[in-house]
Write a protein that binds this ligand. Structure first.
Ligand code: GLU
Length: 427
């Protein structure tokens, strides 16, 4: 991989997830025709903001947290992408996540660029009032670059509706007027959209259903292993289960459980009752070693946690015929080569988990028009957007003889770079 294009603030020896994005760009470049002349634009995030987030802790002392908001590309519209609270957040990670948002939004043809934010914090160590102060100060610090027409944050790992409510409130107070459209993934009572909470998991199901039809895999009885039982993994588990599939293994931070007869995700959620640490105590499944998760006998594997999970070290163990990337960046390019060589189809993150941002777009449109849609409207439109995107990408992959990730990147990067070329360089 070339390091010539690296911004000076990224250490080539510790390039992290941004390096993975650059490799993905290298793979698509030969397929872009004349638009490849513009591809360097994607190697240079448009704007990276690093902010200090000082928080008065409950005991009176002040702690400083590192916050980021990266707007990777704004050629097709305002920035759009979530905010993550996690102790491992780095600038490289937020840059990669923002770039994947550029690709994702263009892949499903939403009128957005790509952005992402994060704070380097373990929210489990904070009290609710500390979490609120952190969220409000972070929002105020990035307030100069976000806004309903500029850049619209949303939930991601460890952020939720309550955090979006604080973000909306803080931004609105600083602006002097209520601005519901500044964030999506809000509570329904303050302008959120029906169907947003489950949208990412539902989207995983929709694209998996389409792929399974074409691969001749029946949904009834399909065996599914899921990594991550948070917002994405648990919603996907419920929707796949209700459609007749069987959840045979679940891995989360607490450990891994398995049952070849299937785990009922509704019953498991009831048992956990908001406490994910109780996973291993669930009586209707057996605990297995974390390392054994990847080799579980299943038809479909759904990584729905963090990036860099399926690597060259474990890709050879995977027995699934289909991988649906609910997480962002869970599969390294080297792992994908191994999976493809073993006959496994990978539905890439930038298509498979686009359901969340698609319903975020619906929420933003509803906020702008102050007219709200029914849940059925949301489900139907989400299904249509993803099914059409899937069909276009599936056909393109067949026509160009490339895998689905490269096809998605061809589709998305062509849209972004065409807009870039038409807009031109100022001055
Ligand atoms: N965080 C989600 C993602 O990675 C949703 C982003 C959004 O709704 O803006 O796609």
């Amino acid at each position: 991989m070339t390091t010539a294009a690296l911004p000076s603030f990224i250490d080539p020896a510790r390039i992290g997830p941004w390096g993975m994005f650059l490799e993905q760009l290298e793979r698509v470049e030969p397929h872009l025709g004349p638009l490849a002349a513009w591809i360097d634009t994607l190697r240079h995030p448009k704007r990276c903001l690093i902010v200090d987030v000082p928080v008065r802790m409950d005991d009176g002392h002040i702690r400083h947290f590192e916050g980021f908001r990266v707007q990777h590309n704004l050629s097709r519209g305002p920035g759009k992408g979530g905010v993550r609270f996690h102790p491992d957040v780095t600038l490289s990670e937020v840059m990669a996540l923002s770039a994947w948002m550029t690709v994702k939004n263009a892949a499903v043809n939403l009128p957005y660029g790509g952005a992402k934010g994060g704070v380097r914090v373990n929210p489990a160590e904070l009290s609710m009032p500390e979490l609120e102060r952190l969220t409000r100060r972070y929002t105020s610090e990035i307030g100069s670059i976000i806004g309903p027409d500029r850049d619209i944050p949303a939930p991601d790992v460890n952020t939720n509706e309550q955090i979006m409510a604080w973000m909306m409130d803080t931004y609105s107070i600083n602006q002097g007027s209520t601005q519901t459209g500044v964030v999506t993934g809000k509570p329904i009572s303050m302008g959120g959209s029906l169907g947003r909470k489950d949208a990412t998991g539902r989207g995983c199901y929709v694209v998996a259903r389409e792929a399974m039809q074409r691969l001749g895999m029946p949904m009834e009885g399909a065996r599914i292993a899921i990594q991550g039982f948070g917002n994405v993994g648990s919603a996907a588990a419920r929707i796949f289960h209700d459609a007749g599939a069987k959840i045979v293994a679940i891995q989360d931070a607490a450990g891994t459980i398995a049952n070849t007869n299937g785990i009922n995700p509704h019953a498991l959620l009831g048992f956990l009752n908001g406490n994910p640490r109780a996973l291993l105590d669930y009586p209707e499944a057996e605990a297995i070693a974390n390392a054994d998760f990847w080799g579980v006998d299943c038809d479909l594997l759904l990584p729905a946690a963090l990036e860099n999970q399926i690597t060259a070290a474990n890709a050879g163990q995977v027995r699934a015929k289909l991988i649906v990337e609910g997480a962002n960046g869970p599969t390294t390019p080297q792992a994908e080569d191994i999976l493809n060589a073993n006959g496994c189809t990978v539905l890439p993150d930038v298509l498979a988990n686009a359901g969340g941002v698609t319903v975020s777009y619906f929420e933003w449109v509803q906020n702008a028009s102050s007219f709200f849609w029914t849940e059925k409207d949301i489900h139907d439109r989400l299904d249509r957007v993803l099914t059409e995107a899937f069909q276009g990408i599936w056909d393109l992959a067949a026509a160009r003889k490339v895998n689905l990730r490269t096809a998605t990147y061809i589709m998305a990067c062509s849209r972004v770079l065409e807009a870039r070329a038409l807009r031109g360089i100022y001055p």
